[in-house]
Design a protein around this ligand. Structure first.
Ligand code: TPP
Ligand code: MG
Length: 549
């Protein structure tokens, strides 16, 4: 198909796509087949980009997001025209709210007959644009490399997020010249210190007696984990983490706290809020005390205005800004040990109160017992992925992260079904590490067929299911509010493990606590994607304050 000319080289559109991806170091394309994508596949085959095909486009798109989350390199999915793209929308919406840099490539009905009613013809751009930072249609083969440059650059630039290009069938099958080599992509480590707010922040921090740090996902996207650890160590500031920041300070660090969060954020005189919006997870700012002075550090201005007054706003490179805060407060009094000691007492007391639940020997099992057993299996660098309702809330509490990029949850968009896609990508990116999927029986329904994908591609993820036969995160609150529940039941005791076995994986049912550990041992040793289907007590209610707002 290629013809050499004196100054430029002609390639078909799909090959132009693949050549650009290769220049940027992309090694995997997550997809589900469709004729509109054939020339992109052909290009990937020629360029040595691995095609990983799933059973639903949502999973392919979540896999692209999972790839981004664990590698911090852009994840790429290709979705066929029309229903392929619409099936990917929930995952694109998740990537937008998680600020995950992904690029979605769409097939598209031919430009030549546009508007005449071709198969799967629909204009994606108007409905994809609100979910992305950039959405465009390739108008010619020559335009393809430049569009990919723009889409990947935009995906990675702060705030990072999803981008989209679709390729009309006639254009992606035609030949065109390749434009000059790909320019370098944005480098988060080179982002400069915040242009303003740093002096105010230093003054606040230097005078603080009860400082805390609350850090979230953009700390990870902004490559701020090393700078955070140095700031925490040198200034002795207690730290709380959520989202992808989990693990940026190891769970066994003397200044890492989790259970003391409510009290610490309320009583802090100064809180440094790093890379996390003050959304529902932080009570729209109300998680901090009324008197707490806030320092907000992020890669760029927040997408929504801060919901409460902020004393110092520092928007710029997270690592450079945290370094500036550390250096600017060197030699100053700073936090006293008494504050951290008090929080440690609160933390220890709350953890001690949980001990009986860890040993709970009821059958079906208590979720805390399940995690107590699982924790004994996990390596320090295990990647744990949560997909479900209450079962995952318990995991969020119980699973410790010791390294960054080890905890993947759906994030604030809260989309059930992200887990199998995330797990597929995480294990492909790190084949030698444990990748464990924590999945509710409800959540399994959205992506369970991806065990076929895992089996076909030889991706040995171990899933642990909390099978309570209900949508617990909905059933319990509805009963609390109305005294009854509807649309909240699933079939009790369904043998989801047998589905996995049928799909070519390894499955086991666990009904009693004593059987869990040996089942986990066999699952990890199986050399196949595995599901340990653990029957879980449906009457255990997760102690949550609110789940709707
Ligand atoms: C796509 C999608 N649909 C519905 C919901 C609402 N929802 C949130 S948690 C939940 C229950 C999940 O049930 P399961 O996975 O069995 O976990 P459990 O709460 O029972 O532990 C539901 C239905 C959602 N977040 N995402
Ligand atoms: Mg359930």
């Amino acid at each position: 198909m290629e013809t050499e000319t004196s100054s430029t080289t002609n390639f078909h559109g799909g090959r132009l796509v693949a050549r650009r991806l290769k220049q940027y170091g992309v090694t995997k394309l997550f997809t589900l087949s469709g004729g509109h994508l054939f020339s992109i596949y052909d290009g990937c085959r020629d360029e040595g980009i691995e095609i990983v095909d799933t059973r639903h486009e949502q999973a392919a798109t979540f896999a692209a997001e999972g790839w981004a989350k664990v590698t911090r390199q852009p994840g790429v999915a290709a979705l066929t025209a029309g229903p392929g793209v619409t099936n990917g929308l929930s995952a694109i919406g998740s990537a937008l709210q998680n600020q995950s840099p992904i690029m979605v490539l769409g097939g598209r009905a031919p430009a030549l007959r546009w508007g005449m009613g071709s198969l799967q013809e629909i204009d994606h751009i108007p409905f994809v644009a609100p979910l992305t930072k950039f959405a465009a249609t390739a108008e010619s083969p020559e335009a393809i490399p430049g569009l990919i440059d723009e889409a990947l650059t935009t995906a990675l630039a702060p705030h990072s997020g999803p981008t989209f290009i679709d390729f009309p069938l006639d254009i992606v099958f035609s030949e065109g010249d390749e434009s000059p080599p790909a320019p370098p992509l944005p480098d988060p480590e080179a982002e400069p210190v915040a242009a303003s707010g740093v002096d105010e922040a230093i003054a606040l921090l230097a005078a603080a007696e009860r400082p805390v740090i609350m850090a979230g996902t953009n700390l990870w996207w902004g490559h701020g984990e090393k700078a955070l650890l140095e700031l925490v160590n040198e200034r002795q500031i207690p730290v709380f983490l959520n989202g992808l920041a989990r693990g940026c300070v190891p769970a066994d660090h003397e200044l890492f706290f989790a259970r003391a969060r409510g009290q610490a954020l309320q009583e802090a005189d100064v809180a440094v809020v790093i890379g996390v919006p003050m959304d529902f997870r932080l009570g729209f700012g109300g998680s901090f005390g009324e008197e707490t002075k806030l320092i907000v550090v992020d890669r760029a201005e927040p997408l929504r205005p801060n919901p409460r007054e902020v004393a110092a706003e520092c928007y710029g490179g997270i690592a450079a800004t945290l370094d500036a805060l550390r250096e600017g407060t060197a030699g100053l009094e700073g936090a006293t040990g008494a504050w951290a000691t008090k929080l440690r007492e609160v933390e220890d007391e709350k953890r001690a109160a949980e001990l009986p639940e860890l040993e709970d020997d009821r059958a079906p099992l208590h979720p805390m017992r399940i995690y107590h057993e699982l924790n004994q299996f996990l390596d320090r660098d295990a990647i744990v992925i949560g997909d479900g309702g209450d079962f995952v809330s318990f995991a969020g509490k119980m699973i410790n992260s010791y390294e960054p990029g080890c905890w993947l949850d759906p994030g604030p968009f809260g989309c059930l079904g992200s887990g199998t896609g995330y797990a597929l990508a995480a294990k492909l990116a790190f084949p030698d590490r444990q990748v464990v999927l924590i999945v509710g029986d409800g959540a399994f329904g959205f992506g369970g067929m991806e065990f076929d994908t895992l089996a076909r591609h030889g991706v040995n993820v171990v899933a642990v299911m909390g099978n309570n036969g209900i949508w617990a995160l909905e059933k319990h609150p509805m009963e609390f509010l109305y005294g009854y529940s509807v649309a909240a039941e699933l079939r009790p005791g369904t043998r989801y493990d047998e589905i996995v076995t049928t799909l070519g994986g390894y499955g086991e049912l666990v009904e009693k606590p004593a059987d869990l550990r040996p089942a986990l041992e066999r699952a990890f040793a199986a050399g196949l994607p595995a599901l340990v289907n653990v029957l879980q007590d449906p009457d255990v209610v997760y102690p949550r304050k609110s789940n709707l707002a």
